[in-house]
Design a protein around this ligand. Sequence first.
Ligand code: PMP
Length: 362
Amino acid sequence: MARVVNFNAGPAALPLAALERAQRELIDFEGTGMSILEHPHREPPYGKVHREAIALLRRLLGIPETHHVLLMQGGARAQFALVPMNLLHPGKSADYVVTGTWAKQAAEEAALLGKARVVVSTEKDKKFARIPAPSELEVDPGAAYVHITSNNTLFGTQWPSYPDTGGVPLIADMTSDLLSRAIDVSKFGLIYAGAQKNLGPAGVTVVIVRKDLVAGARADIPQIFRYKSFADSESLFNTPPTFSIYLMRNTLQVPEEQGGIPPIEKETRAKAALLYGAIDARPEFWKAPVEKGSRSQMNVVWRLPTEELEKKFLTEATAANLVGLKGHRSVGGVRASIYTAVRLPDVEKLVAFMEGFAERNG
Ligand code: PMP
């Protein structure tokens, strides 16, 4: 079997066990004589999978009873709109911390619906190569919420710890780092993530939201856009993306069986330390643009001395079965996305390849 090492930013690598299970079960799901793809969403065979996916999220992330877990569609970008539609009441203002392209787009969507204030942006001074210090965050105490992007998939930055926003609900787009480290969910008003990085395949979006925020959310918006519709129906308000949720269930079972978040967090740290260590060991050859304290443990970005060498690096890496290393088109260079399904031996292979390449071309 010719599986490659997949460093794509998303959709991204999935655990082989999750895919193999789907392959085994595809035609005849648990002796029902039909595929999970063919099961109605309100009947028990799918219902069990649906509830299991939610229960796995609750267990793995330690989600308290104060919060709903919703499974929605439209990707993380739909949440850029749904957060202000639900939570930005008329006359209120929301605070946005702009640390990258996704954060900026979230703020722009909110500005179409109400008042969105950019508290701080790291675009001009540092081209998004750093996360702001806590002292730079002058949160409006009357704001409806403060929105951050926990990990910047394109620029390779990540909040090392989360800001204290006092009584103002903290909302985080955790699309590219949810499930990579322990988080205290109780500190957040709302967390959302498109599943296509650490959680599973594209097509389902996870929303973790404080129950009181849902209870007090705007009711003058269409039902399909209300968090309340999904909270009241266990995310069966309309037909959910059943196969995406099934595959997310399979994916989440892998870390569950391997001891949950603590070993994942340990491996996340080890993988990032190994890769940044290799980059830092040859500063004349590899250039990491991100400030050290803001480096992402999920998306590692770096440059080579010339664009020609970058092209050569990517071509030779692909030939060595190390794929998906091209930097985002708006940033260029190299990016290795080392989500949880990319394991330590995979990163070791990349580092060995990098050392050989630097030797030959340095
Ligand atoms: N936010 C972040 C941090 C992302 O990385 C992405 C996608 N890469 C998005 C939002 C957009 O997600 P989607 O395509 O699911 O709308």
